[in-house]
Ligand binder design. Structure first.
Ligand SMILES: [Zn+2]
Length: 279
């Protein structure tokens, strides 16, 4: 600020006694003029400080049109306006509103493949928690599940409640099933869905297994009605839900594929369950 520099220079000059270049004191009229000039500068500086404050106000005024722009952005048709708060706070997540379909108790010699066909047509990935005792004779189905990009998890060998078994029995249920799956797919099994949702974390052999539970239980094994399943899931489903079904029934396969169609139309992306629990 030049006025401030001039003020400081002049003030220092006056404090040193106001001498001319030869070191002679200045005549009184020059001293008076300089003092007056210094006073004028002080007034100018004070005004500058005030205008600085006004400048802040100016920036606030400049900021005002930005509010105006936001307000005008908000002036959208009512339907869009209702959605705008959600899309504004999670605009990116809206594009990736994710949900996971999980199928337990397979592989089934008929319904699992029918389901795989429908999922492939729709470009959808799902998660299959397999029973060791159902694998023999269905190895090609297991291989296909893995090859088509779905996630395979462990559902024990005989569909047992792990918490009621001895350590040795429980470990065998888990490890035998994982070993069988890995023999076929060549991939390690990292996830387990404990039957009945009962999981015993104390088992040493389960340390490396990550349990995946569910947030929507369709009870498809008791409903056996595709229409009711579709209505139930589509009305209940929310972002990040893990939906529990069983690829053991014709009604479940039909319902699952219709659920995919309806929820995809609502903007949902179907992902494997590990993607939802690891975030
Ligand atoms: Zn089960």
């Amino acid at each position: 600020m030049p006025a401030l520099s001039a003020y400081i220079y002049m003030k220092e000059y006056m404090e040193t006694g106001m001498k001319d270049r030869k070191g002679e004191p200045l005549p009184a009229w020059k001293k008076g003029l300089l003092t007056a000039a210094l006073g004028l500068l002080a007034v100018t500086l004070a005004a500058g400080v005030r205008s600085g404050r006004t400048g802040d106000g100016g920036r606030r005024e400049l900021a005002a049109p930005a509010y105006g722009e936001r307000a005008s952005e908000g002036a959208v048709p009512a339907g869009e306006e209702a959605e705008s708060p959600r899309s504004r706070t999670s605009g990116e997540s809206r594009e990736s509103k994710r949900i996971a379909l999980t199928f337990d108790d397979g592989p089934h010699p008929v319904y699992t493949e029918r389901l795989l066909d429908g999922l492939a047509e729709r470009g959808v990935k799902a998660t299959f928690f397999l029973l060791g005792c159902n694998i023999e004779g269905n190895e090609e189905i297991v291989r296909r599940i893995a090859e088509e990009g779905h996630l395979i998890g462990n559902h024990t060998w005989y569909h047992v409640d792990i918490t009621t078994l001895t350590q040795e029995e429980a470990c065998a249920e888990i490890q035998d099933t994982s070993r069988k799956i890995t023999e076929i797919t060549g991939q390690p099994v990292e996830y387990v869905r404990p039957p009945f949702g009962n999981w015993n974390r104390e088992l040493e052999c389960e340390v490396m297994m990550i349990p995946i539970f569910w947030s929507v239980d369709t009870l498809d094994w008791s409903t056996r009605n595709a229409d009711r399943l579709v209505d139930q899931v589509v009305s209940e489903a929310e972002e990040n839900d893990i939906i529990l079904m069983h690829d053991s029934y014709d009604s479940t396969v039909k319902a699952a594929l219709r659920i995919v169609d309806l929820l995809q139309a609502e903007g949902y992306e179907f992902v494997t369950a590990d993607e939802l629990i690891l975030e």
